[in-house]
Structures are given as structure tokens and as C-alpha cells.
Design a protein around this ligand. Structure first.
Ligand code: CA
Length: 434
């Protein structure tokens, strides 16, 4: 529900917050931060500052449900706060919005605000499970074309929100460098595989979903209430070693090509902040089957999508040395997802599988149909066949050592103050020499 926290007229006394491209007062994303010498704890981004939730609580600013929520955000992860569900998040959000919009609280700024540049951001949750979906239909189609040009999508694609269980232990917050993996590679012209550094390290631009309240084992989440289990969203880079992937994936799917590391943006943009940016799920093309009844809900079809635009940029070592800005490689949109997040949750639990607070879902690579909307280099370079040329003349098929991949995103809707996600970035380190 849209409320006073979304009011476009609401102003904030924190310098630079009004008109901030990512974190105006209408956003208030949750994260875990630390300052030098202090333990990681819950914070809220506001402009170029971070609100220290524990410090605001110590100053006596919270009562009732908001105080309970603030206590749940005091530790090194936000799992407990997310487990408490939407009411707890919303109580905290409404009170923090009130505090940051009322200049009477401005004198408390030195006690409860930190400059974002002095804060280190951490993974916001202890991630127990990470499931990666494949809901970007144009990514699935382009990838499928490589082996099945006439019939790129598998027969289950339009019935099942396809996913695999990925690795939770290697999820890291933005800014963590990714090590180029060693693995088995078998180029088509080689009779047998060899072992060595991946020659085809790629990124995948995905929407990340943080699960709030979980479900008990054996108790599916119905499609009609699945949306309530979305605590918030982030940006997710599913680093992928394409050469390792193409050799290892038959018949059980991706394994070491993906588990090397996954990066997420550190701020949880809450379901509440995203309310003004909910949109209808685009109608399925004529001839596509309707979702089966357990995945179909009128409200979800009318409101289950998100107006989020994704941006991918690349900064090479040469560009960094020349003090050049990152080069934007692509722009895509969450409306390119064939399944809603609620459908992913309903499907995931339809067999009774239990989700836990802080579980992470990836949407699958979000790509459009036009050049410049591809969510990974595999698509952009047609499997490495068509290198891209950067403005400084450098060429890329896949990532080289020292390259930095930067994701950002923006939500816009009529009458709403636009909000962003912050960045999800990671630089490629050379492989270990074995
Ligand atoms: Ca993926």
C-alpha cells in the first residue's frame, strides 16, 4: 500500500537527500554497515549518509513495534528483522521516514548519521540458500539458439519457472573482487578436456530477491500470498565461466561454472519502498499457454511486475588508468521476466520445500530483444564470436583480468520520486596459478 512514506512532497533534513538519485527519503533501504573499529550493524541509506539504527534506538527515537524492529536490526545480519515480516519492516520504515522528515530531529544527526564514504557495507543477511531462476525469456531463447536454433526454449519453459539450487556460501557483497576460476575446459576442436583458468568469464545481470517470512516444510506458499514473502530486492551478478559451464552442465546443470562467487548490491530495497513501482506482468504472447492454476493469480498478474531499469557498465584497467568513466554496455528492464517473483516463490514451495528468512533468489539474466539490452557477454558477443569494441578501441569477448563490472538500477513511475539500488560491482582478479 502506498502511504505517507512515498509522498513525493515529503522532504528530508539530511543534506543532499532530496533529489538524491538512489536514496531519497522515499527509499530507505536496509543494510548492514560498519565504521572503523565498530561491529557490523543495521543501517538505512539516506542520501550520502547511513542512519545507524542502533544509535537512533539508543537516543530513544523508537517506540512499540518500531522499537522491536530496530532491536532486530542491531546485530550483524538482518535475518531476524526479515523473519518478522512486513509489519515490522513497515513500522520501522514509517518511523524512520517521520524522523528524517522532521527538522526537530536534525540536532541528533552527529549521533546517528555516518558519511557513506566512511562505512563499509557487508552482506545484509546470513544466506542459507540461493536458488537461481531462468525467467529472462530472451536470455533463455538466445542461449537455447546455440544448440537448438529451431526450438530454443525447452518444452517446460512456459509451464515451469525453471531454476537450480546454486551456492549460498559464495554470495558476497558488492566490492568483493572475483577470482577467475580454474576448471575443466573442452573447446569443440579439442578431443579431451584440460584444466586451467577460464577463458570465458562472464557476468549475468539479475534481479535478486530476499525472502522475508519463510514457510514450514511441507506447507506450500499459495500464489495469492506469495508476494508477502518478498522482503526486498537487490542487484545480483551471477558470475559465470562459460567454458566450464558448457562442458560440465550435462545432464545435471550448472555447478562450478556458477558457484565460484555471486555478488549482490548491499542495500535491501524493501517491498514497501517498491510499492509505487509495481506494474502489471506483461501479457503472454498469443499462443503461449496460460500458467497452471497454482501459478496464476489476478492480483499478481495486475501488480506482480516491477518498473526497474537495469544498467550494466564496464571499467577496464586501461580506462581506469586514463581516468575514464565506466562504459555503459547495456540497459534492460524487469518487464523482460516471463515469470513474476510471486510465481517463482509459489513454484519453489509448491512441493512443500521450505524457504528461510534471508534466502536469496536470482531471477535469471534479464535481457531485452534489442542490441544493447543483453544482460551478459555471452549474448552480447554471440557466444564470443562477435567481439565488442569499447570507446577507447579495446575489444572484449569475455572479461579480462582487472575488468570491473558495475550494475545499477532505477525505478520510475508517474507521480513517484525515483529510487535506485546502489551499485553491485566487482573486479576480476587473475586466476591462481596451480
Ligand atoms: Ca544465472
Amino acid at each position: 500500500m502506498v502511504d505517507e512514506t512515498h509522498d513525493a512532497q515529503r522532504k528530508c533534513w539530511v543534506a543532499g537527500a532530496d533529489g538524491h538519485l538512489e536514496f531519497p527519503i522515499q527509499n530507505l533501504p536496509l543494510g548492514i554497515f560498519s565504521t572503523p573499529g565498530d561491529a557490523p550493524r543495521g543501517g538505512i541509506a539516506i542520501g550520502e549518509r547511513v542512519l545507524d539504527i542502533s544509535a537512533a534506538r539508543a537516543a530513544g527515537l523508537f517506540d512499540g513495534e518500531a522499537r522491536v524492529a530496530a532491536e532486530l536490526a542491531a546485530g550483524p545480519t538482518l535475518n531476524q528483522l526479515l523473519a518478522a515480516g512486513p509489519a515490522a519492516r513497515n513500522a520501522l520504515r514509517r518511523r524512520v521516514s517521520q524522523i528524517l522528515s522532521d527538522p526537530a530531529y536534525a540536532p541528533l544527526a552527529p549521533r546517528m548519521l555516518h558519511g557513506a564514504e566512511s562505512c563499509q557495507m557487508h552482506l545484509p543477511l546470513d544466506v542459507h540458500n540461493f536458488s537461481d531462476f531462468f525467467a529472462g525469456i530472451h536470455h533463455a531463447t538466445t542461449g537455447g539458439m546455440i544448440n537448438r536454433p529451431d526450438n530454443p526454449l525447452m518444452p517446460n519453459y512456459k509451464y515451469v519457472p525453471v531454476a537450480y539450487h546454486s551456492r549460498a556460501s559464495s554470495v558476497r557483497a558488492s566490492g568483493t573482487a572475483v577470482r577467475r576460476p580454474n576448471g575443466q575446459r573442452k573447446p569443440p576442436d579439442q578431443a579431451a578436456p584440460d584444466f586451467g583458468p577460464s577463458r570465458a568469464l562472464d557476468y549475468e545481470m539479475e534481479l535478486g530477491v530476499w525472502i522475508g517470512e519463510g514457510n514450514d516444510l511441507g506447507m506450500p506458499i499459495p500464489i495469492g500470498s506469495a508476494g508477502r514473502h518478498i522482503a526486498g530486492l537487490c542487484l545480483l551478478n551471477d558470475w559465470s565461466a562459460r567454458d566450464i559451464q558448457s562442458w560440465e552442465s550435462a545432464p545435471l546443470g550448472p555447478f562450478l561454472a556458477k558457484s565460484l562467487m555471486t555478488s549482490v548490491s548491499p542495500w535491501i530495497v524493501t517491498a514497501e519502498a517498491l510499492e509505487p513501482f509495481r506494474i502489471a506482468q506483461p501479457p503472454r504472447p498469443a499462443g503461449d499457454p496460460a500458467p497452471l492454476p497454482h501459478l496464476l493469480d489476478d492480483h499478481d498478474q495486475a501488480q506482480g511486475g516491477f518498473a526497474i531499469e537495469f544498467h550494466v557498465s564496464l571499467l577496464t584497467p586501461a580506462m581506469r588508468e586514463a581516468s575514464e568513466a565506466p562504459h555503459r554496455l547495456s540497459v534492460s528492464h524487469a518487464s523482460m521476466l516471463y515469470w513474476t517473483v510471486a510465481q517463482m516463490i509459489a513454484h519453489h514451495t509448491s512441493n512443500g520445500c521450505n524457504l528461510l528468512p534471508g534466502d536469496l533468489l536470482g531471477s535469471g539474466t534479464v535481457s531485452g530483444t534489442q542490441p544493447g539490452s543483453e544482460g551478459c557477454l555471452l549474448e552480447m558477443t554471440r557466444g564470443g564470436r562477435n567481439p565488442i569494441t569499447l570507446p577507447n578501441g579495446e575489444m572484449r569477448t569475455y572479461l579480462q583480468d582487472g575488468d570491473e563490472v558495475i550494475f545499477s538500477a532505477r525505478c520510475e513511475a508517474p507521480g513517484a520520486v525515483p529510487i535506485g539500488f546502489g551499485e553491485c560491482r566487482g573486479v576480476v582478479m587473475p586466476a591462481l596459478r596451480l
